[in-house]
Design a protein around this ligand. Structure first.
Ligand code: GDP
Ligand code: MG
Length: 372
């Protein structure tokens, strides 16, 4: 792995650059100051200069996520949790309209009406059960989470316009779902249109390996109209059915671990981040770390602007109280103490800075401490 440049190394060990280049030259290696050093070269140089070198793998470097204890969780502590849904599909097939239609048709937590704000995720209630929808443009959080190998989405709803059928981005969505091994429900949208042809959509999707239940397959297809607000209940039922099969569980009594789906700097409030809780319960007053940001939960605000005291697994809210704006896809975790949260944030900050310096996503050189 090559990840630290010659001049950076010289800098770290406080030796003249020319000296570093000379040693490598004498070993038959022609390098310039901007070349990267491999692990072997670093070890040779380190012994020449009498310095101690530690190489770290970024996979286990300052990932406070790893300190999260859920693997040894007693299965008796686990409780059913709501599903988290991502809507995907071709442009103009009605993703935004459908998300709006679902949100307007249903009200979560029994709050009537109310002015809603777009916060990147929302929950609706169907027969007393919650369903959380990711509502981020471009599904940023979805892709950044996937890039990190974590999974936030339980079910993907692929929207296909009944009058347009499968298009390039439909195929891409199917590929995404298959690669991520996330079950799919197909919403055949724009059923109100005269040219609506649901059988065409079913046939085209079947060709991609998504066989409709009513054709003997295992994928639910639901006809909807985001415009006429029809089929919404049926779609939500299909989601709950799929979720039931998946037996989604979490421990609401654990300390919270959540994912950032959207974030911004708000006038008056400072950094705010919309999160979806993956496990545990996030409460007012909790000490939190989120990447290189840290803080204490000062407020939890719902998409209906309600002030919440806590949010449990798969639930979502805007978190107020972070020191900085975290990127979407970042993990937010509750820490035992304020001190611990600060320390983790500081370590992540230093780590990120070093990664920027070394322009590498692979192995990173951590501490080079001079022995003298
Ligand atoms: P997105 O690009 O997938 O987010 O699609 P939009 O939600 O922005 O919708 C694209 C266009 O299709 C807009 O003009 C919508 O008004 C229209 N549209 C969305 N859903 C329906 C529907 O169920 N019926 C009809 N007739 N038009 C719809
Ligand atoms: Mg849209």
């Amino acid at each position: 792995p090559e990840d630290i440049r010659v001049y950076e190394f010289a800098d770290k060990v406080r030796q003249p650059l020319s000296e570093v280049i000379k040693i490598l030259f004498n070993l038959g290696m022609m390098v310039t100051k901007n070349d990267f050093l491999g692990k072997d070269e670093i070890e040779i140089l380190a012994s020449e200069f009498g310095v101690e070198v530690t190489t770290i793998d970024p996979k286990d470097a300052f990932n406070y996520e790893d300190s999260y204890e859920e693997d040894n969780e007693d299965s008796a502590d686990l409780e059913e949790r709501p599903p988290v849904i991502t809507i995907m599909g071709h442009v103009d097939h009605g993703k935004t309209s459908l998300l709006d239609a679902i949100r307007n048709a249903k009200v979560a937590h029994g709050e009537a009406g109310g002015i809603t704000q777009h916060i990147g995720a929302y929950s609706v209630e169907q027969h007393g059960k919650l369903i959380t929808f990711l509502d981020t443009p471009g599904h940023e959080a979805f892709s950044s989470m996937r890039a990190r190998g974590a999974q936030l989405t339980d079910i993907i709803v692929i929207v296909v316009a009944a009058d347009d059928g499968v298009k390039p981005q439909t195929r891409e969505s199917v590929k995404h779902a298959q690669e991520a091994k996330v079950p799919v429900i197909v919403a055949i949208n724009k059923m109100d249109k005269p040219g609506a042809n649901p059988d065409m959509v079913k046939a085209q999707m079947a060709e991609l390996g998504l066989n409709p239940v009513d054709w003997g397959g295992d994928v639910e297809f639901v006809g909807v109209s985001a415009k006429a607000m029809t089929g919404i209940d049926e779609l939500l039922e299909a989601i709950l059915l799929q979720a039931e099969i998946m037996e989604l569980k979490a421990n609401p009594n654990n300390m919270a671990k959540a994912v950032v789906v959207e974030s911004t700097l708000e006038k008056g409030r400072g950094p705010v981040a919309t999160v979806i809780v993956q496990n545990g319960t996030l409460k007012i007053g909790d000490n939190i770390v989120c990447g290189s940001a840290y803080g204490r939960v000062r407020a939890l605000i719902s998409d209906r602007k309600a002030q919440l005291q806590k949010i449990g697994p798969s639930e979502t809210a805007v978190v107020v109280g972070l020191s900085d704006v975290p990127p979407s896809g970042e993990i937010l975790m509750v820490m035992e103490s304020d001190k611990e949260a600060r320390e983790f944030a500081q370590k992540r900050y230093e780590y990120d800075r070093h990664r920027e310096l070394s322009h590498s996503t692979k192995t990173t050189l951590d501490e080079l401490s001079s022995l003298i």
